[in-house]
Design a protein around this ligand. Structure first.
Ligand code: PLP
Length: 478
């Protein structure tokens, strides 16, 4: 290597390859619907294709970009395909990608207000916008003690909520001494596994997680919840936390927030509400009924990175009283002290999350809200729900299929009438075709197919293709 040549990419080179990369992404989006949605690569094959050892000397950007096409793309499942209907979506959009690129370019670490004031203040401001757009209760807005914070995922957000709840109940003592008593948390049989993980990490333990049965529509049975709390108190346990879900992962159930909220108030429990995907529906006034009872919640999480056109990762946690969160998570080594923090003039978001460092995520959320406007976001949600409802009508009208759970939004849980084995074969046949991608769950012991409409560019053509394919596939596997 020429000793006088810098090891770094020059600005001119950066410009050249930057344009090429943007072209690459635009081409990808233009063609993504023609790719096999699910990667069919065999385990280990991507690694086998990679250089065994890291290169001793630097390689050209051309070669790196070529290898992305050659070595990496075969192992990509195309979440951004309009025919991706699996799990819950992780959708994205032009303004989000571009703003995220700028965030990468700025490369700031927004751990403290002082480490980039705009990173903190934009976050507070955008989360207040969101609270208003969604008509969240006033106590989640950043005045008095409330406010929002962007986390990487709903799992981290729920863990923070549980830790704050634990410390509230235990008056900060478990941070000092660990937990001495049996603190008990409540979920339903449909609650996302992230809450159990939170209980494991927060020192509550899976043993102290009570799983309340779901009713026929898969929502939490609040009578059972009440009975279980009373039983736990009688046996000397300390109930402290309940998670209610708006849009459960398996079944899209909406828990009775109002009833759960009243119970949480009666027994002084922290009610956390997990609305990871369906929370976005509340952008439309006609769907805000899902939030009835949210006024009882101490914390609320939803993921713009699922259904609100914002690149992964972006999960918004709103908290009624930030002091509980900060008291639970704050730690102040000398090297992080700043004048402004000492004077309580500013928010230091490092105290609102597990990690210290944090990305400038609000930039992409701000870009999305500004680019689409509230009207655009509402159109987007309504369109997905209307596409889903069309498909639901077709499934309901077909005597070979049955719908297993209420489907008021963008997830349909359905199956072919017949055995679990038939449905498993059907799922495999559909996904092996590469034409669409769906996933499964088990509901009431029935192997059930889940089809979620939430990708940015999905339209009626893709829904028709999906339905034709599913019906044809059933004929093949029967
Ligand atoms: N809660 C619900 C209801 C979910 O559906 C999911 C994921 O799909 C999560 C929590 C976890 O989300 P994350 O991947 O952001 O941790």
């Amino acid at each position: 290597m020429n000793k006088n040549k810098s090891i770094h990419m020059s600005n001119n080179e950066f410009r050249k390859y930057g344009y090429a990369v943007i072209d690459w992404i635009a081409d990808y989006y233009e063609n993504v619907e023609h790719y096999s949605v699910k990667s069919n690569i065999k385990p280990g094959n991507i690694r086998l294709s990679l250089q065994t050892l890291p290169p001793k000397t630097g390689e050209s950007m051309n070669l790196i970009l070529e290898d992305i096409d050659k070595l990496i793309m075969p192992g990509i499942t195309h979440w951004q395909s309009p025919k991706f209907f699996g799990y819950f979506p992780a959708n994205t959009s032009g303004p989000s990608i571009l703003a995220d690129l700028i965030s990468s370019g700025l490369g700031v670490n927004g751990m403290l207000w002082e480490t980039s004031p705009a990173c903190t203040e934009l976050e507070t401001h955008v989360l207040d916008w969101l609270a208003k757009i969604l008509s969240l209760p006033e106590h989640f807005i950043s005045k008095n003690n409330g406010g929002g914070v962007i986390q990487d995922t709903a799992s981290s957000a729920s863990l923070c909520a549980m830790i704050a709840a634990r410390e509230k109940k235990n008056k900060g003592k478990s941070n000092l001494f660990g937990l001495k008593e049996d603190f008990v948390a409540y979920i339903s049989s449909e609650t996302h596994s992230s809450i159990e993980k939170a209980a494991m990490i927060a020192g509550i333990g899976s043993k102290n997680l009570r799983i309340i049965n779901a009713t026929d529509d898969f929502s939490m049975d609040s009578n059972q919840l009440r009975k279980q709390i009373v039983k736990d108190i009688e046996s000397g346990c300390i109930p402290f936390f309940v998670c209610a879900t708006i849009g459960s992962t398996s079944s899209n159930a909406i828990d009775p927030l109002y009833e759960i909220g009243k119970i949480s108030k009666e027994f002084n429990l922290w009610m956390h509400v997990d609305a990871a995907m369906v929370g976005t529906a509340a952008i439309c006034p006609e769907y805000q009924y899902i939030q009835k009872g949210l006024e009882f919640a101490q914390s609320y999480v939803f993921n713009p990175h699922k259904w609100m056109l914002t690149n992964f990762d972006c999960s918004c946690l709103f908290i009624k009283n930030q002091n509980y969160l900060i008291n639970a998570l704050s730690i102040m080594p000398e090297y992080l002290k700043t004048e402004s923090s000492n004077n309580d003039e500013v928010i230091d978001y490092r105290d609102w999350q597990i990690s210290l460092g944090r990305r400038f995520r609000s930039l992409k959320l701000w870009a999305v809200i500004r680019y689409y406007g509230v009207d655009g976001l509402q159109d987007y949600v309504r369109n997905h729900i209307s596409l889903t409802q069309k498909l639901l009508d077709w499934i309901n009208a077909d005597k070979n299929f049955e719908v297993i759970a209420p489907a008021p939004f963008n997830l349909i849980c359905f199956r072919a009438k017949g055995s679990n084995k038939l449905n498993r074969n059907l799922l495999n046949y559909i996904n092996d075709s590469g034409e669409i991608f769906i996933t499964h769950t088990i509901l009431k012991d029935l192997f059930t197919l889940r089809l979620c409409v939430g990708q940015t560019h999905t339209n009626i053509k893709h829904i028709k293709q999906a339905w034709d394919l599913i019906r044809d596939a059933l004929m093949e596997v029967k």
